[in-house]
Design a protein around this ligand. Structure first.
Ligand SMILES: CC(C)(COP(=O)(O)OP(=O)(O)OC[C@H]1O[C@@H](n2cnc3c(N)ncnc32)[C@H](O)[C@@H]1OP(=O)(O)O)[C@@H](O)C(=O)NCCC(=O)NCCS
Length: 176
């Protein structure tokens, strides 16, 4: 199975909308509105076109991942980082490594663009295999009332989180 990971194009928007809807359909912890979140984020200032990626298998869009701009703020500094949200793979293609390819290529592109870290809210068993650690380890606080194990962060470079701590600030657009 050849999986091509590439930047999302305008022509992909409709397939991506449907794929996200299907991917999250049976997810217990989902509000089933992630496809609308992606539509809002694409039109926002925090959107980075190079970091909206699709996975194509035999000409079909089977997966999508989006990283947007975010800040970690403390009394002294503001640090630019990325939010990974959401990542979706069509149910019939899940468990075949497509999600992993999207995450790893996303990290690759993000690092090349100069981003130093990624935060996310997600399944505690999935993301650690890519190097994600608990935000609490770095004294990074998420604005959500969720278990600490679901709040994760990864440095994209060796010193990506050096001296970085504070509150993660998600723009309002995430909550509309
Ligand atoms: C989560 C998701 C993107 C993973 O993509 P995928 O292509 O199925 O994942 P991969 O094939 O790369 O990885 C499969 C591995 O992840 C594990 N995994 C997949 N989904 C998981 C989940 N929801 N929780 C925990 N582990 C999960 C599998 O057990 C498998 O483990 P293994 O490598 O040890 O065998 C995909 O399952 C999906 O779209 N789920 C619905 C939407 C969703 O929940 N998105 C994430 C929001 S945090």
């Amino acid at each position: 199975m050849e999986v091509i990971i590439r930047q999302e194009q305008k022509d992909d928007f409709e397939s991506v909308f449907q794929l996200i809807e299907k991917a999250f359909e049976k997810e217990e912890y989902s509000d089933h509105k992630e496809q609308f979140l992606v539509e809002r984020l694409r039109k926002s200032e925090i959107f980075i076109p190079e970091l909206s990626l699709v996975a194509e298998i035999d000409g079909k869009i089977a997966g999508h991942i989006l990283f947007t701009k975010l800040e970690i703020v403390n009394e002294l500094d503001t640090f630019e980082c990325l939010a990974l949200a959401p990542v979706s793979v069509l149910p019939e293609f899940q468990g075949k490594g497509v999600g992993a390819k999207l995450i790893l290529e996303g990290h690759n592109v993000a690092e090349k663009l100069g981003y130093k870290s990624v935060v996310l809210l997600g399944h505690e068993n999935y993301y650690p295999k890519f190097g994600y650690e608990r935000c609490s380890k770095y004294n990074i606080k998420m604005p959500f009332d969720v278990p600490a194990e679901n709040c994760m962060v990864i440095p994209l470079t060796k010193d990506g989180l050096k001296k970085v701590y504070g509150n993660v600030v998600y723009p309002d657009i995430f909550f509309q």
